[in-house]
Design a protein around this ligand. Structure first.
Ligand code: SF4
Ligand code: FE
Length: 483
Protein backbone atom coordinates (compact mmCIF):
# COMPACT_ATOMS: atom_id res chain seq x y z
CA UNK A 1 0.00 0.00 0.00
CA UNK A 2 1.59 3.27 -1.07
CA UNK A 3 -1.39 5.57 -0.59
CA UNK A 4 -4.28 5.47 1.85
CA UNK A 5 -7.76 6.83 1.34
CA UNK A 6 -9.01 9.34 3.87
CA UNK A 7 -11.14 6.67 5.51
CA UNK A 8 -8.20 4.27 5.74
CA UNK A 9 -6.18 7.03 7.39
CA UNK A 10 -8.91 7.60 9.97
CA UNK A 11 -9.08 3.87 10.65
CA UNK A 12 -5.31 3.68 11.03
CA UNK A 13 -5.44 6.48 13.61
CA UNK A 14 -8.14 4.58 15.48
CA UNK A 15 -5.71 1.70 15.95
CA UNK A 16 -3.08 3.90 17.63
CA UNK A 17 -2.77 3.69 21.39
CA UNK A 18 -2.22 7.43 21.94
CA UNK A 19 -1.93 8.98 25.39
CA UNK A 20 -3.89 12.21 24.86
CA UNK A 21 -5.04 14.50 27.68
CA UNK A 22 -7.38 17.47 27.49
CA UNK A 23 -9.08 19.49 30.25
CA UNK A 24 -7.29 17.29 32.79
CA UNK A 25 -8.73 14.04 31.50
CA UNK A 26 -7.46 11.23 29.32
CA UNK A 27 -9.21 11.20 25.94
CA UNK A 28 -9.85 7.52 25.25
CA UNK A 29 -10.99 8.07 21.67
CA UNK A 30 -9.33 11.18 20.20
CA UNK A 31 -10.51 10.28 16.67
CA UNK A 32 -14.17 10.83 17.53
CA UNK A 33 -13.77 13.56 20.11
CA UNK A 34 -15.90 16.53 18.95
CA UNK A 35 -13.23 19.09 19.88
CA UNK A 36 -10.42 17.18 18.20
CA UNK A 37 -12.19 15.67 15.19
CA UNK A 38 -12.02 18.77 12.94
CA UNK A 39 -8.22 18.68 13.21
CA UNK A 40 -8.20 15.05 12.12
CA UNK A 41 -10.46 16.00 9.20
CA UNK A 42 -7.86 18.51 7.99
CA UNK A 43 -5.22 15.77 7.80
CA UNK A 44 -7.78 13.44 6.25
CA UNK A 45 -8.17 16.03 3.48
CA UNK A 46 -4.51 15.48 2.54
CA UNK A 47 -5.45 11.85 1.82
CA UNK A 48 -8.84 12.51 0.21
CA UNK A 49 -7.50 15.16 -2.17
CA UNK A 50 -4.60 12.90 -3.20
CA UNK A 51 -7.27 10.51 -4.57
CA UNK A 52 -8.98 13.31 -6.47
CA UNK A 53 -7.87 13.51 -10.14
CA UNK A 54 -8.25 17.28 -10.06
CA UNK A 55 -5.47 17.61 -7.47
CA UNK A 56 -3.38 14.57 -8.35
CA UNK A 57 -0.50 16.57 -9.86
CA UNK A 58 -0.10 18.65 -6.74
CA UNK A 59 -0.83 16.00 -4.16
CA UNK A 60 1.12 13.05 -5.53
CA UNK A 61 4.58 12.45 -6.92
CA UNK A 62 6.90 9.56 -7.80
CA UNK A 63 9.10 8.62 -4.87
CA UNK A 64 12.83 9.10 -5.43
CA UNK A 65 13.39 6.25 -2.97
CA UNK A 66 10.98 3.56 -4.16
CA UNK A 67 9.80 4.67 -7.61
CA UNK A 68 6.21 4.37 -6.38
CA UNK A 69 3.48 6.97 -6.45
CA UNK A 70 3.33 8.64 -3.05
CA UNK A 71 1.68 11.56 -1.31
CA UNK A 72 3.80 14.70 -1.75
CA UNK A 73 3.89 15.18 2.02
CA UNK A 74 6.34 12.24 2.16
CA UNK A 75 8.49 13.34 -0.77
CA UNK A 76 12.18 14.18 -0.87
CA UNK A 77 12.28 17.25 -3.14
CA UNK A 78 14.16 16.52 -6.35
CA UNK A 79 13.97 19.90 -8.13
CA UNK A 80 12.92 23.51 -7.80
CA UNK A 81 9.68 22.42 -9.47
CA UNK A 82 9.06 20.07 -6.54
CA UNK A 83 9.66 22.99 -4.17
CA UNK A 84 7.18 25.19 -6.04
CA UNK A 85 4.60 22.42 -6.22
CA UNK A 86 4.90 21.99 -2.48
CA UNK A 87 3.88 25.63 -1.96
CA UNK A 88 1.06 25.36 -4.51
CA UNK A 89 -0.23 22.23 -2.78
CA UNK A 90 -0.18 24.02 0.58
CA UNK A 91 -2.07 26.99 -0.80
CA UNK A 92 -4.68 24.69 -2.28
CA UNK A 93 -5.08 22.81 1.00
CA UNK A 94 -5.37 26.09 2.92
CA UNK A 95 -8.18 27.03 0.54
CA UNK A 96 -9.94 23.69 1.02
CA UNK A 97 -9.68 23.52 4.82
CA UNK A 98 -9.24 27.13 6.05
CA UNK A 99 -7.15 25.54 8.77
CA UNK A 100 -3.74 24.06 9.52
CA UNK A 101 -3.62 20.63 7.83
CA UNK A 102 -0.60 19.71 9.94
CA UNK A 103 1.20 17.35 7.64
CA UNK A 104 3.85 19.82 6.41
CA UNK A 105 6.03 19.56 9.52
CA UNK A 106 6.79 15.96 8.63
CA UNK A 107 7.59 16.86 5.02
CA UNK A 108 9.93 19.61 6.19
CA UNK A 109 11.57 17.29 8.73
CA UNK A 110 12.00 14.65 6.00
CA UNK A 111 13.91 17.01 3.74
CA UNK A 112 16.08 18.60 6.41
CA UNK A 113 17.00 15.29 8.06
CA UNK A 114 17.69 13.72 4.65
CA UNK A 115 20.33 16.26 3.68
CA UNK A 116 21.83 16.77 7.16
CA UNK A 117 22.30 13.06 7.89
CA UNK A 118 24.14 12.73 4.58
CA UNK A 119 26.60 15.42 5.66
CA UNK A 120 27.05 13.98 9.17
CA UNK A 121 27.83 10.54 7.70
CA UNK A 122 30.35 12.11 5.29
CA UNK A 123 32.22 13.63 8.22
CA UNK A 124 31.91 10.91 10.84
CA UNK A 125 31.24 7.70 8.89
CA UNK A 126 28.00 7.24 10.86
CA UNK A 127 24.95 5.40 9.57
CA UNK A 128 22.33 8.08 10.02
CA UNK A 129 21.48 8.69 6.35
CA UNK A 130 20.81 5.00 5.75
CA UNK A 131 18.72 4.91 8.94
CA UNK A 132 16.70 7.84 7.68
CA UNK A 133 16.21 6.42 4.19
CA UNK A 134 14.86 3.17 5.66
CA UNK A 135 12.53 5.14 7.92
CA UNK A 136 11.38 7.35 5.02
CA UNK A 137 10.65 4.31 2.83
CA UNK A 138 8.65 2.75 5.68
CA UNK A 139 6.58 5.93 6.00
CA UNK A 140 6.09 6.22 2.24
CA UNK A 141 4.99 2.58 1.96
CA UNK A 142 2.43 3.08 4.72
CA UNK A 143 1.45 6.64 3.73
CA UNK A 144 1.91 7.84 7.30
CA UNK A 145 1.39 11.30 8.67
CA UNK A 146 4.64 12.29 10.33
CA UNK A 147 5.01 15.01 12.92
CA UNK A 148 8.16 17.12 12.92
CA UNK A 149 9.08 18.11 16.46
CA UNK A 150 11.57 20.86 17.08
CA UNK A 151 10.51 23.35 19.76
CA UNK A 152 11.75 22.55 23.29
CA UNK A 153 10.19 24.26 26.32
CA UNK A 154 13.57 26.10 26.74
CA UNK A 155 13.25 27.06 30.43
CA UNK A 156 15.46 30.08 31.13
CA UNK A 157 15.97 31.54 27.65
CA UNK A 158 19.29 33.06 28.74
CA UNK A 159 20.87 29.66 29.43
CA UNK A 160 22.20 26.92 27.14
CA UNK A 161 20.56 23.48 27.36
CA UNK A 162 23.25 21.98 29.63
CA UNK A 163 23.17 25.03 31.94
CA UNK A 164 19.44 24.87 32.80
CA UNK A 165 18.46 24.34 36.41
CA UNK A 166 16.18 21.53 35.28
CA UNK A 167 18.21 19.51 32.76
CA UNK A 168 15.04 18.33 30.97
CA UNK A 169 14.08 21.76 29.60
CA UNK A 170 15.62 20.64 26.31
CA UNK A 171 15.01 17.08 25.18
CA UNK A 172 18.07 14.93 25.90
CA UNK A 173 19.57 11.47 25.98
CA UNK A 174 19.41 10.15 29.55
CA UNK A 175 20.72 6.66 28.87
CA UNK A 176 22.87 5.05 26.19
CA UNK A 177 22.35 1.34 25.68
CA UNK A 178 23.82 -1.19 23.25
CA UNK A 179 20.50 -1.32 21.35
CA UNK A 180 19.58 2.37 21.44
CA UNK A 181 19.02 5.45 23.59
CA UNK A 182 16.50 6.60 26.18
CA UNK A 183 15.32 10.21 25.84
CA UNK A 184 13.57 12.60 28.22
CA UNK A 185 12.13 16.07 27.76
CA UNK A 186 9.25 17.66 25.90
CA UNK A 187 8.38 19.32 22.61
CA UNK A 188 5.96 22.24 22.79
CA UNK A 189 3.28 23.51 20.36
CA UNK A 190 3.37 20.25 18.38
CA UNK A 191 1.15 20.72 15.36
CA UNK A 192 -0.79 17.61 14.48
CA UNK A 193 1.03 15.33 16.92
CA UNK A 194 -2.22 13.62 17.90
CA UNK A 195 -3.07 13.01 14.23
CA UNK A 196 0.29 11.48 13.27
CA UNK A 197 1.49 7.90 13.26
CA UNK A 198 5.17 8.82 13.55
CA UNK A 199 7.23 11.71 14.84
CA UNK A 200 10.68 12.99 13.86
CA UNK A 201 12.38 14.78 16.72
CA UNK A 202 15.09 17.38 16.11
CA UNK A 203 17.06 19.78 18.29
CA UNK A 204 15.76 23.32 18.57
CA UNK A 205 18.95 25.45 18.63
CA UNK A 206 22.62 25.42 17.66
CA UNK A 207 24.66 23.68 20.33
CA UNK A 208 28.13 23.63 21.84
CA UNK A 209 30.32 20.73 23.03
CA UNK A 210 28.71 20.72 26.49
CA UNK A 211 25.28 20.12 24.95
CA UNK A 212 26.25 16.72 23.51
CA UNK A 213 23.33 14.88 25.14
CA UNK A 214 20.91 17.41 23.67
CA UNK A 215 22.12 17.12 20.09
CA UNK A 216 19.79 14.28 19.20
CA UNK A 217 17.43 13.49 16.35
CA UNK A 218 15.34 10.36 15.89
CA UNK A 219 11.94 8.95 14.92
CA UNK A 220 9.41 7.24 17.15
CA UNK A 221 5.80 6.08 16.70
CA UNK A 222 3.39 8.48 18.38
CA UNK A 223 2.15 5.69 20.63
CA UNK A 224 5.62 4.70 21.84
CA UNK A 225 5.73 3.99 25.55
CA UNK A 226 6.40 7.14 27.57
CA UNK A 227 4.88 9.67 25.11
CA UNK A 228 2.10 11.77 26.61
CA UNK A 229 0.29 14.56 24.74
CA UNK A 230 -1.44 17.47 26.45
CA UNK A 231 -3.76 19.36 24.10
CA UNK A 232 -3.41 23.13 23.83
CA UNK A 233 -6.81 24.72 24.22
CA UNK A 234 -8.00 27.19 21.63
CA UNK A 235 -10.24 30.21 21.76
CA UNK A 236 -13.90 29.10 21.40
CA UNK A 237 -12.94 25.38 21.42
CA UNK A 238 -15.89 24.29 23.56
CA UNK A 239 -18.35 25.76 21.05
CA UNK A 240 -17.77 22.47 19.26
CA UNK A 241 -19.56 20.75 22.13
CA UNK A 242 -22.66 22.92 21.73
CA UNK A 243 -24.13 21.06 18.80
CA UNK A 244 -24.11 24.14 16.58
CA UNK A 245 -22.62 24.16 13.12
CA UNK A 246 -23.24 27.86 12.57
CA UNK A 247 -21.55 29.24 15.68
CA UNK A 248 -18.38 27.24 15.08
CA UNK A 249 -17.69 29.07 11.82
CA UNK A 250 -15.71 26.20 10.29
CA UNK A 251 -17.41 23.08 11.57
CA UNK A 252 -15.56 20.56 9.47
CA UNK A 253 -11.88 21.50 9.69
CA UNK A 254 -9.42 22.72 12.29
CA UNK A 255 -5.90 22.38 13.61
CA UNK A 256 -4.48 21.17 16.89
CA UNK A 257 -1.33 21.60 18.93
CA UNK A 258 -0.08 19.65 21.90
CA UNK A 259 2.67 19.64 24.49
CA UNK A 260 4.35 16.30 23.85
CA UNK A 261 6.13 14.84 26.86
CA UNK A 262 8.87 12.22 26.46
CA UNK A 263 8.97 10.41 29.76
CA UNK A 264 12.00 8.17 29.20
CA UNK A 265 11.21 6.97 25.69
CA UNK A 266 13.38 4.26 24.15
CA UNK A 267 14.69 4.82 20.62
CA UNK A 268 16.33 1.86 18.83
CA UNK A 269 19.66 2.47 17.05
CA UNK A 270 18.21 2.24 13.54
CA UNK A 271 15.89 5.19 14.23
CA UNK A 272 18.63 7.59 15.33
CA UNK A 273 19.62 10.41 12.93
CA UNK A 274 21.89 12.51 15.17
CA UNK A 275 23.47 11.55 18.46
CA UNK A 276 26.02 13.93 19.92
CA UNK A 277 27.49 15.45 16.74
CA UNK A 278 26.77 18.91 18.17
CA UNK A 279 27.94 21.00 15.24
CA UNK A 280 25.17 19.55 13.05
CA UNK A 281 22.35 20.62 15.38
CA UNK A 282 22.45 24.14 13.92
CA UNK A 283 22.36 22.86 10.34
CA UNK A 284 19.30 20.75 11.06
CA UNK A 285 17.52 23.65 12.78
CA UNK A 286 18.37 26.08 9.98
CA UNK A 287 17.15 23.73 7.25
CA UNK A 288 13.95 22.62 8.97
CA UNK A 289 13.10 26.21 9.88
CA UNK A 290 13.88 27.31 6.31
CA UNK A 291 11.59 24.71 4.76
CA UNK A 292 8.82 25.52 7.22
CA UNK A 293 9.18 29.24 6.60
CA UNK A 294 8.71 28.48 2.90
CA UNK A 295 5.61 26.44 3.84
CA UNK A 296 3.95 29.50 5.34
CA UNK A 297 4.13 31.17 1.93
CA UNK A 298 1.62 28.50 0.85
CA UNK A 299 -0.68 27.46 3.69
CA UNK A 300 -1.32 30.91 5.12
CA UNK A 301 -1.99 32.26 1.64
CA UNK A 302 -4.65 29.59 1.07
CA UNK A 303 -6.35 30.40 4.36
CA UNK A 304 -5.99 34.08 3.46
CA UNK A 305 -7.88 33.38 0.21
CA UNK A 306 -10.82 32.07 2.26
CA UNK A 307 -10.71 35.08 4.59
CA UNK A 308 -10.64 37.50 1.65
CA UNK A 309 -13.57 35.65 0.09
CA UNK A 310 -15.48 35.76 3.38
CA UNK A 311 -14.83 39.50 3.68
CA UNK A 312 -16.08 40.14 0.15
CA UNK A 313 -19.20 38.08 0.91
CA UNK A 314 -19.80 40.01 4.13
CA UNK A 315 -19.62 43.23 2.11
CA UNK A 316 -22.10 41.83 -0.43
CA UNK A 317 -24.46 40.75 2.34
CA UNK A 318 -24.21 44.16 3.97
CA UNK A 319 -25.02 45.80 0.65
CA UNK A 320 -21.82 47.82 0.57
CA UNK A 321 -19.64 45.98 -1.93
CA UNK A 322 -19.77 48.90 -4.36
CA UNK A 323 -18.33 51.39 -1.87
CA UNK A 324 -14.91 52.45 -3.10
CA UNK A 325 -13.21 52.04 0.28
CA UNK A 326 -14.47 48.45 0.52
CA UNK A 327 -13.14 47.67 -2.93
CA UNK A 328 -9.83 49.21 -1.98
CA UNK A 329 -9.60 47.22 1.25
CA UNK A 330 -10.23 44.00 -0.63
CA UNK A 331 -7.52 44.96 -3.13
CA UNK A 332 -5.13 45.61 -0.27
CA UNK A 333 -5.91 42.19 1.22
CA UNK A 334 -5.26 40.50 -2.12
CA UNK A 335 -2.05 42.46 -2.57
CA UNK A 336 -0.74 41.42 0.85
CA UNK A 337 -1.78 37.81 0.39
CA UNK A 338 -0.19 37.50 -3.05
CA UNK A 339 3.00 39.12 -1.75
CA UNK A 340 3.29 36.22 0.68
CA UNK A 341 2.74 33.80 -2.18
CA UNK A 342 5.44 35.56 -4.23
CA UNK A 343 7.86 34.93 -1.37
CA UNK A 344 6.91 31.26 -1.13
CA UNK A 345 7.35 30.77 -4.86
CA UNK A 346 10.55 32.85 -5.04
CA UNK A 347 12.43 30.96 -2.31
CA UNK A 348 11.39 27.74 -4.06
CA UNK A 349 12.39 28.86 -7.57
CA UNK A 350 15.78 29.92 -6.20
CA UNK A 351 16.31 26.55 -4.52
CA UNK A 352 19.54 24.58 -4.93
CA UNK A 353 20.64 20.97 -4.53
CA UNK A 354 22.28 19.92 -1.25
CA UNK A 355 25.26 17.52 -1.07
CA UNK A 356 22.76 14.67 -0.65
CA UNK A 357 20.98 15.65 -3.89
CA UNK A 358 17.62 16.84 -2.54
CA UNK A 359 16.62 20.45 -3.07
CA UNK A 360 16.63 23.17 -0.46
CA UNK A 361 14.97 26.57 -0.70
CA UNK A 362 16.90 29.83 -0.82
CA UNK A 363 17.24 30.40 2.93
CA UNK A 364 17.36 34.20 2.81
CA UNK A 365 14.17 34.41 0.75
CA UNK A 366 12.42 31.77 2.91
CA UNK A 367 13.18 33.83 6.01
CA UNK A 368 11.94 37.00 4.31
CA UNK A 369 8.80 35.04 3.40
CA UNK A 370 8.11 34.10 7.01
CA UNK A 371 9.01 37.57 8.29
CA UNK A 372 6.27 38.96 6.04
CA UNK A 373 3.92 36.25 7.32
CA UNK A 374 4.48 37.59 10.86
CA UNK A 375 2.88 40.83 9.70
CA UNK A 376 0.56 40.60 6.70
CA UNK A 377 -2.05 38.16 8.07
CA UNK A 378 -2.55 40.57 10.98
CA UNK A 379 -3.30 43.36 8.54
CA UNK A 380 -5.49 41.07 6.43
CA UNK A 381 -7.40 40.07 9.59
CA UNK A 382 -7.74 43.75 10.59
CA UNK A 383 -9.19 44.60 7.20
CA UNK A 384 -11.54 41.58 7.35
CA UNK A 385 -12.88 42.78 10.71
CA UNK A 386 -13.15 46.30 9.34
CA UNK A 387 -15.23 45.15 6.36
CA UNK A 388 -17.35 42.70 8.36
CA UNK A 389 -18.28 45.30 10.98
CA UNK A 390 -18.60 45.04 14.75
CA UNK A 391 -21.26 42.40 14.39
CA UNK A 392 -18.46 39.90 13.86
CA UNK A 393 -18.07 39.89 17.65
CA UNK A 394 -21.59 40.78 18.81
CA UNK A 395 -23.83 38.55 16.70
CA UNK A 396 -26.36 36.40 18.57
CA UNK A 397 -26.02 32.63 18.63
CA UNK A 398 -27.63 30.07 16.36
CA UNK A 399 -29.88 29.14 19.27
CA UNK A 400 -31.17 32.74 19.36
CA UNK A 401 -31.66 32.75 15.61
CA UNK A 402 -33.86 29.71 16.09
CA UNK A 403 -35.33 30.70 19.46
CA UNK A 404 -39.07 31.01 19.79
CA UNK A 405 -38.99 34.47 21.33
CA UNK A 406 -35.67 35.72 19.93
CA UNK A 407 -35.79 34.24 16.42
CA UNK A 408 -38.22 36.75 14.88
CA UNK A 409 -36.25 39.69 16.33
CA UNK A 410 -32.94 38.32 15.11
CA UNK A 411 -34.47 37.68 11.68
CA UNK A 412 -35.96 41.20 11.56
CA UNK A 413 -33.07 43.27 12.88
CA UNK A 414 -30.10 41.44 11.42
CA UNK A 415 -31.47 41.58 7.93
CA UNK A 416 -29.16 43.50 5.60
CA UNK A 417 -29.08 43.47 1.77
CA UNK A 418 -32.25 42.38 -0.02
CA UNK A 419 -32.44 38.70 -0.76
CA UNK A 420 -29.74 37.69 1.74
CA UNK A 421 -30.82 35.34 4.50
CA UNK A 422 -29.86 36.26 8.04
CA UNK A 423 -28.55 32.75 8.52
CA UNK A 424 -26.11 33.12 5.62
CA UNK A 425 -25.02 36.49 6.90
CA UNK A 426 -24.33 34.97 10.31
CA UNK A 427 -22.50 32.03 8.72
CA UNK A 428 -19.99 34.23 6.96
CA UNK A 429 -19.52 36.43 10.04
CA UNK A 430 -18.82 33.35 12.15
CA UNK A 431 -16.28 32.17 9.60
CA UNK A 432 -14.49 35.52 9.83
CA UNK A 433 -14.65 35.32 13.62
CA UNK A 434 -13.26 31.79 13.49
CA UNK A 435 -10.31 32.83 11.30
CA UNK A 436 -9.49 36.03 13.14
CA UNK A 437 -10.37 35.22 16.75
CA UNK A 438 -11.62 31.65 17.11
CA UNK A 439 -10.08 28.19 16.89
CA UNK A 440 -8.58 28.86 13.44
CA UNK A 441 -6.90 32.01 14.74
CA UNK A 442 -4.32 29.63 16.19
CA UNK A 443 -3.47 28.53 12.67
CA UNK A 444 -3.93 31.81 10.86
CA UNK A 445 -3.19 34.64 13.20
CA UNK A 446 -0.91 33.80 16.12
CA UNK A 447 0.70 30.89 14.31
CA UNK A 448 1.64 33.36 11.58
CA UNK A 449 3.66 35.15 14.22
CA UNK A 450 5.26 32.26 16.10
CA UNK A 451 4.92 29.16 13.91
CA UNK A 452 8.14 28.14 12.11
CA UNK A 453 9.96 30.46 14.52
CA UNK A 454 9.10 33.81 16.06
CA UNK A 455 9.96 37.02 14.15
CA UNK A 456 13.35 37.49 15.78
CA UNK A 457 14.47 34.04 14.62
CA UNK A 458 14.00 35.15 11.00
CA UNK A 459 15.79 38.43 11.63
CA UNK A 460 18.83 36.54 12.90
CA UNK A 461 18.83 34.47 9.70
CA UNK A 462 18.27 37.54 7.54
CA UNK A 463 21.26 39.20 9.23
CA UNK A 464 23.37 36.09 8.63
CA UNK A 465 22.31 35.60 5.01
CA UNK A 466 21.95 39.24 3.99
CA UNK A 467 25.63 39.73 3.00
CA UNK A 468 25.96 43.28 4.27
CA UNK A 469 29.71 43.41 3.51
CA UNK A 470 29.02 42.77 -0.19
CA UNK A 471 26.47 45.59 -0.13
CA UNK A 472 29.06 47.93 1.42
CA UNK A 473 31.49 47.02 -1.36
CA UNK A 474 28.85 47.91 -3.95
CA UNK A 475 28.30 51.30 -2.32
CA UNK A 476 32.04 51.97 -2.12
CA UNK A 477 32.49 51.19 -5.80
CA UNK A 478 29.73 53.53 -6.89
CA UNK A 479 30.88 56.30 -4.52
CA UNK A 480 34.50 55.75 -5.66
CA UNK A 481 35.73 55.14 -2.12
CA UNK A 482 39.21 53.65 -1.92
CA UNK A 483 40.23 52.60 1.59
FE1 SF4 B 1 1.39 23.12 7.30
FE2 SF4 B 1 0.92 25.67 7.64
FE3 SF4 B 1 0.09 23.93 9.46
FE4 SF4 B 1 2.69 24.45 9.26
S1 SF4 B 1 1.08 25.91 9.84
S2 SF4 B 1 1.76 22.43 9.37
S3 SF4 B 1 2.88 24.80 7.04
S4 SF4 B 1 -0.61 24.08 7.36
FE1 FE C 1 2.72 25.78 11.83
Amino acid sequence: MAMMTGEEYVESMRKMNLQVYMFGKKIENPVDDPILRPSLNSVKATYDLAQNPEFEDLMTVTSSLTGEKINRFLHIHQSTEDLRNKVKMQRMLGQQTAACFQRCVGMDAFNSVYSTTYEIDEKYGTNYHKNFIEFAKYCQKNDFTVDGAMTDPKGDRGLAPHAQEDPDMYLRVVERRADGIVVRGAKAHQTGAINSQEMIVMPTISMGPEDKDYAVSFAVPMDAEGIIMIIGRQSCDTRKLENTELDVGNSEFGGVEALVVFDDVFVPNDRIFLNGEVEFAGMLVERFAGYHRQSYGGCKVGVGDVLIGASALAADYNGCSKASHIKDKLIEMIHLNETLYCCGIACSAEGTPTASGNYIINLLLANVCKQNVTRFPYEIARLAEDIAGGIVVTAPSEADLKGEVTGPYVEKYLKAAKGVSVENRLRVLRLIENLCLGTAAVGYRTESLHGAGSPQAQRIMIARQGNLSKKKELAKKIAKIND
